[in-house]
Design a protein around this ligand. Structure first.
Ligand code: ZN
Length: 611
């Protein structure tokens, strides 16, 4: 071959990173049962003949997830070297077509129960599977945000229904932002752009859930001015309840994955669904995520907007809106972690439930305060977030991008971030933070005192332990060792709702015991009281721009407004988000999942019973 021909061929050959990494997921069957998934990924070797692979490692507080992947081979390689357990180096001819093949194994071993919460590691059972992309897909270093193609392997029998967001056209994200579900009992239903892939029994019908999802998705896409018809996948599975109720979800690319106990109603989870769908923007469309230190933004702002958009769109009532905030406010004011510095809270996010909730609380409270300031100045947090989604610096973290977008609307938030996130100084809402919808008031109430500790054994059975004789629980007839058959009412941290427990002593009959979980001490916290007008006119809780001009202008307690004209940069077209600066996910830690995420009430209830 002449030099000229060689040069031409070299110029025509696409560089390795430009060719898609093609994933295929196939079943490994034995006697008609699914025993594992086989993943193949086909791609070209790096130009220097050394291609580096990254195996799943850390996810949702678990580590060493690479252990669930076995039988790894690479066709076309001269050698495959284990760099570390979570990394491989493939040596081959430069640009050679390589086929990586490996098995993804089950970590569940039985049907899922409430405490299993979410497949942060693969769930692969004889007739179904539920797998989060982060836990199962091996990626090629440097090509995480390069093109990806996907198809299901040929081995799947017809009775297996399958769904993944990787099925949807125009995948333009890290392959790990995927979720894969399948099963002989999987049901796939559609509602507009929503594809719901669901298995198990729930308190709502598939049509009710998919209808609610469609309404939420359209509301949130409308908020950001996005294409309302783009496909969106929701995967769902029911968990056998052990105590109380719970919801677990995590945002994926144009999708979210959930697992829920069948005693959760659609009303219980509507704001949570809105929270999960809002993760389609926050964080990745708003800036680079950077792990737990940024969760106050990615979780707290997401909570703030889940409530705001649901009440604005009349998906929840103003009463439900106030109730959701009141749980957050009470839990926050009485949290032992309230003054925890930001670094410590981030470090404890996955292990300390109070540090976990703190991220949601702080972010939501700061969002409310900043929104008030912006509305007083004729703008709004809505305007800042929309601007941030359109015109951020693609390399900036989501927090940096927010600081800049707020600055462009005249609000400097840096001092508040330093005081309330970094240093942990407790946050108080101004009285008119929610005007004209509600007034923020100070409330004094008895402290929560359950009087005993629920003890759970290996099988999930719960008993009364460490019961104090001076407690309301003791006076009502509870005794140490009694089995809690069911909790009908009451939640940890709420001193005003009576506990109603169905209990049994030994082999005796079941009986119902009711008591008010109040101690002798009192505590103070902020609460929202709906204004009489808002109770009649839900539009007052919409917090649209029209309402902003109606709010009184009082001195601002936190941070400071800065005088600067708002940004005049052109916005990306409403339906052309793809031409806007896109998020560079290279080297990013995966978006985090909501471990044991539930409406505060139900979350606390679940945690409460589990100590
Ligand atoms: Zn979340």
């Amino acid at each position: 071959m002449s030099v000229a021909t060689t040069l031409t061929l070299a110029m025509l050959a696409a560089p390795a990173w430009a060719a898609p990494v093609a994933y295929v997921v196939s079943p490994v069957m034995k006697d008609g049962d699914l025993t594992a998934l086989e993943v193949t990924a086909t791609f070209k070797a790096d130009a220097d003949g050394e291609t580096h692979l990254s195996l799943p490692n850390n996810w949702m507080g678990r580590s060493g997830i690479w252990r669930n992947l076995t039988d790894l081979t690479v066709e076309g390689a001269d050698s495959v070297v284990e760099d570390t357990p979570k990394a491989r180096i493939i040596r081959s001819r430069p640009g050679r077509r390589l086929t990586l093949r490996y098995r993804v194994n089950d970590t569940l071993k039985r049907d899922p129960v409430q405490s299993d919460s979410y497949p942060s590691e693969p769930w692969i059972r004889p007739s179904w599977f539920y797998v989060d992309g982060v836990s199962a897909l091996i990626t090629i270093d440097g090509r995480e945000d390069g093109p990806v193609s996907f198809r299901w392997g040929k081995g799947w029998s017809k009775d297996f229904k399958l769904a993944s967001n990787l099925d949807d056209a125009d995948w333009d994200e890290d392959a790990r932002q995927s979720v894969l579900i399948g099963g002989r009992d999987l049901r796939v239903v559609r509602a507009g752009p929503v594809r719901l892939a669901i298995r198990g029994d729930h308190a709502f019908s598939d049509a009710q859930l998919s209808g609610a999802l469609e309404a939420i998705l359209r509301a949130e896409r409308g908020f950001f001015g996005d294409d309302r018809e783009k496909p969106f996948l929701v995967t769902a599975l029911s968990l056998a309840p052990q105590s109380g109720a719970s919801f677990h979800g995590t945002g994926k690319h144009q999708a979210f994955a959930m697992a829920v106990t069948p005693n959760m109603t659609l009303e219980d989870i509507r704001v949570l669904l809105a929270h999960e769908i809002f993760h389609a923007w926050n964080p990745n469309r708003l800036g680079q995520a950077f792990g737990p230190r940024g969760y106050w933004f990615s979780e707290g702002f997401t909570d703030f907007y889940a409530r705001r958009l649901m009440v604005r769109e009349r998906q929840i009532t103003p009463q439900a809106f106030a109730a959701a905030w009141n749980e957050t406010l009470r839990d926050y004011a009485t949290s032992p972690a309230i003054a925890m510095p930001g670094d410590e809270a981030a470090g404890k996010f996955w292990t300390d439930p109070y540090a976990d909730k703190l991220a949601y609380q702080r972010g939501a409270l700061l969002a409310a305060i900043w929104d008030l300031k912006l509305r007083r100045a004729g703008s709004s947090l809505d305007a800042v977030l929309r601007e941030q989604a359109r015109n951020r610096d693609p390399k900036a973290t989501m927090v940096r991008a927010f600081v800049e977008a707020a600055k462009a609307k005249g609000l400097d938030v840096t001092a508040d971030i330093e005081a309330h996130i970094d240093q942990g100084r407790p946050i108080r809402l101004p009285a008119d933070a929610f005007a004209p919808c509600a007034t923020v008031t100070d409330v004094t109430a008895p402290v929560f005192d359950r009087g005993f500790e629920p003890k759970t054994d290996d099988k999930g059975a719960m008993t009364i332990a460490d019961l104090r004789e001076d407690s309301a629980a003791h006076r009502a007839g509870l005794r140490n060792g009694m089995v809690i058959v069911e909790r009908r009412k009451g939640r940890g941290g709420d001193a005003t709702t009576p506990y109603e427990l169905v209990v049994r002593e030994g082999d005796g009959p079941v009986r119902v015991v009711t008591f008010l979980p109040q101690g002798t001490q009192t505590e103070r916290f902020q609460q929202l009281a709906l204004t009489p007008e808002a109770a009649k006119a839900p539009a007052l809780c919409a917090f649209t721009r029209t309402e902003a001009s109606a709010t009184a202008s009082k001195p601002i307690e936190l941070g400071k407004m800065i005088n600067r004209p708002s940004s005049a940069r052109p916005a990306c077209g409403d339906l052309h988000q793809r031409s806007c600066p896109s998020h560079d996910a290279r080297g990013n830690p995966p978006r985090h999942g909501d471990r044991r995420r539930a409406p505060q009430r139900l979350l606390a209830r679940w945690r409460d019973i589990h100590g």
